[in-house]
Design a protein around this ligand. Structure first.
Ligand SMILES: Cc1cc2nc3c(=O)[nH]c(=O)nc-3n(C[C@H](O)[C@H](O)[C@H](O)COP(=O)(O)OP(=O)(O)OC[C@H]3O[C@@H](n4cnc5c(N)ncnc54)[C@H](O)[C@@H]3O)c2cc1C
Length: 398
């Protein structure tokens, strides 16, 4: 075993963020090592795998990674009231394991060295380089990148922690239309929601993210939707990050993906955001190696405050604000929103301007519809009544 390795960049975490960034860097001639604590990058699956169509504009992938497309989302309340939302986007359902392994293989072919089943522990910075300590060796590198997920150790060592919500998910044979997804909202679950996402071939991903009594809540959710437990193929889990990117650039170190808080707090989706952010991270790292500059100020200017990251951050913050409002929603509040979503004009605007990743355009369009103002006013008034609590949540980090 090589006890002392030297590379330009050491990435912690070999899932999608780590492998995609490693691939981008290695394709540009950078020497990269990836440290991954699991035996196989991409496993175990911890994702529902649904992304907007924007995904295929960001990365080129093997088409077999897209296993289904959906065109309708059903939003369902505790009392059974429901509303359907259709957007032109027709989101993709991905084979997430295949996606992670696609970039893992591409990165390896581009020359990236993977150290699997190896855990990052600590790091030390000097003026010349970083020493990155794993449970097996010390790696010398110019730059450290934390792609180590929502519980990122790299982030924690730099004083950053994230608010995370545990989730349970199963893959199960379950009769369900192939073209729609369902999201269930209950006051008791509060923080997130339950979901049914069809993979195709009669298999669905059914999951729940909630802070309170996850195990029993998930069991009763499965009973409620009459999921036959004898048809379960696989039990999965994970942690969904609810927050927004705080500081993501430090001396010789940057954060990316869930480690950086790059997740939409309304849906828990992080794939498209981190793929986009990877290109900005790669540009900043290439520039830093070229100019031999590794200070926090350099990465703040060229990564954290770059135009692309600022735009991503604005959108993630909007999702986070929406989440803080939703956390404080009663079923009655949801019902008012459903009433709005059920208006033919809203449905038309959703179809035209609905966007899972960037909802701002739809929000602006709906605000311009005078005939919807009465309903909007009622909803805004309900939100305003909760404003002190929402602000308290914002100040306390959710
Ligand atoms: C249940 C669930 C459902 C989701 N559904 C969706 C969805 O439908 N659509 C969507 O866009 N997003 C979804 N997400 C979010 C999405 O999965 C994440 O945003 C994405 O996986 C983040 O990728 P990442 O590479 O940044 O981090 P991760 O995928 O968390 O990977 C981090 C990697 O770092 C490794 N690691 C951690 N610590 C160490 C260490 N100390 N040493 C070495 N290695 C380490 C881990 O083993 C892991 O491989 C979901 C998440 C969950 C949990």
């Amino acid at each position: 075993m090589d006890n002392h390795l030297t590379h330009d960049v050491c990435i912690i975490g070999g899932n999608i963020a780590g492998s995609y960034l490693a691939y981008l860097l290695a394709s540009n001639g950078v020497s990269v090592v990836v440290v991954e604590q699991n035996r196989t990058p991409g496993l175990p699956l911890q994702c529902a795998g649904i992304v907007s169509q924007r995904f295929s504009n960001i990365v080129e992938i093997d088409p077999s990674i897209i296993i289904n497309r959906v065109n309708t989302a059903w939003l369902i309340l505790e009392n059974g009231k429901r509303v359907s939302v259709s957007i032109q986007d027709n989101p993709y359902v991905l084979d997430r394991v295949k996606l992670d392994q696609y970039f893992y293989k591409k990165a390896e072919s581009a020359g990236v060295r993977y150290l699997v089943h190896e855990k990052f522990l600590t790091c030390e910075k000097t003026d010349e380089c970083m020493f990155i300590n794993t449970n097996r060796r010390t790696i010398r590198a110019k730059i450290l990148v934390g792609c180590d997920g929502p519980n990122s150790r790299v982030a924690k060592l730099h004083g950053i922690t994230h608010n995370i919500i545990p989730a349970k998910q199963i893959r199960i044979l379950y009769p369900y239309p192939n073209c729609s997804v369902s999201m269930y909202f209950k006051e008791y679950w509060q923080n997130l929601f339950g979901w049914i996402i069809p993979e195709g071939e009669g298999i669905c991903r059914i999951g729940l993210g909630c802070k309170k009594n996850l195990k029993s809540s998930f069991a009763s959710f499965l009973d409620e939707i009459q999921a036959d437990k004898s048809h379960i193929i696989e039990y999965l889990g994970g942690q969904i990050l609810i927050g927004y990117p705080k500081r993501i650039a430090f001396d010789r170190t940057i954060l990316l993906g869930d480690a950086a808080g790059m997740v939409k707090a309304t849906t828990g989706g992080g794939i498209n955001t981190l793929l986009k952010a990877s290109t900005y991270a790669s540009e900043a790292i290439l520039k830093s190696l070229e100019e031999n500059k590794f200070s926090s100020q350099f990465y703040i200017t060229h990564y954290q405050n770059s135009r692309g990251i600022r735009q991503l951050k604005r959108n993630i913050l909007l999702h986070y604000m929406a989440r803080l409002i939703m956390i404080n929603f009663t079923q009655k509040d949801y019902e008012m929103c459903f009433l709005l979503l059920n208006q033919p004009k809203t449905k038309e605007l959703l179809l035209k301007y609905g966007d899972m990743d960037f909802p701002l355009r739809f929000v602006l369009k709906i605000l311009m519809r005078v005939d919807l103002w009465k309903l909007l006013f009622i909803i805004v008034a309900r939100v305003l009544r909760k404003l002190p609590k929402i602000i308290r949540d914002l100040v306390n980090g959710g």
